[in-house]
Design a binder for this molecule. Structure first.
Ligand code: MG
Length: 207
């Protein structure tokens, strides 16, 4: 499976990083080795001193497809969860400056902890999903899918023009404002509509 991540999909977040607002979805990928599941701990990467959290709604693809039209995109995902797009911000800034690709900043091992998933039909309106992130009990991010620049369906239509989506693939749909650094021993709790779905600790690397 693969993980597709959308960048700069919330206006306030694009602004906080001084990025232009995109005219088309921007995406990058993480390998399956980035995944952390079952609330397992995340080990702080040794190659960064400034790992940032980005809480994001995650779609799980349920059917293979390419060149999916926006009209039919809703049939290609059935479950929704929340995940953290961990980003080595110091490394990313260096990559951006040098015009280099972002993999070492975004796709490293354990850079994508994800929650359990809920069936999308249990949510009233996919364009009005509240989600939030607490660290050590303090709310750090609070978003609503109403504020996405590109909807779930637009993201699926766009990305599937280039890359075939397969059952089990995940799409991180972008983060709202409020991103920031994490440190060892931080306790992450992430919620969709007030329900805690993700709960893990950041630990010191043992390597
Ligand atoms: Mg992100």
């Amino acid at each position: 499976m693969k993980i597709i991540c959308i960048g700069r999909n919330y206006l306030e977040h694009a602004k906080e990083l001084n990025n232009p607002v995109p005219e088309k979805p921007i995406f990058f990928m993480k390998p399956d080795t980035a995944l952390v599941q079952n609330n397992d701990p995340v080990y702080y990467p040794e190659h960064s001193n400034d790992m940032h959290y980005e809480a994001e709604i995650v779609l799980k693809i349920c059917k293979n497809g390419n060149h999916i039209s926006e009209k039919f995109a809703q049939h290609y995902y059935n479950e929704i969860g929340i995940g953290i797009d961990f980003t080595a911000r110091d490394v990313q800034l260096d990559c951006k400056k040098k015009g280099l690709p972002w993999e070492i900043a975004k796709a490293f091992d354990q850079s994508a902890p994800i929650s359990k998933f809920i069936i999308k039909s249990t949510l009233d309106n996919l364009r009005n999903i509240n989600f939030s992130l607490k660290i050590n009990g303090e709310e750090k991010q609070n978003g609503n899918t109403h504020d996405m620049i590109f909807s779930f369906d637009e993201i699926i239509a766009y990305t599937s023009k280039f890359i075939t989506l397969k059952e089990g693939d995940l799409i991180f749909t972008g983060t709202p404002a409020g991103v920031g650094p994490t440190v060892i021993n931080d306790h992450f709790e992430a919620y969709i509509e007030g329900e805690k779905l993700l709960d893990f600790i950041v630990k010191k690397s043992t390597c």
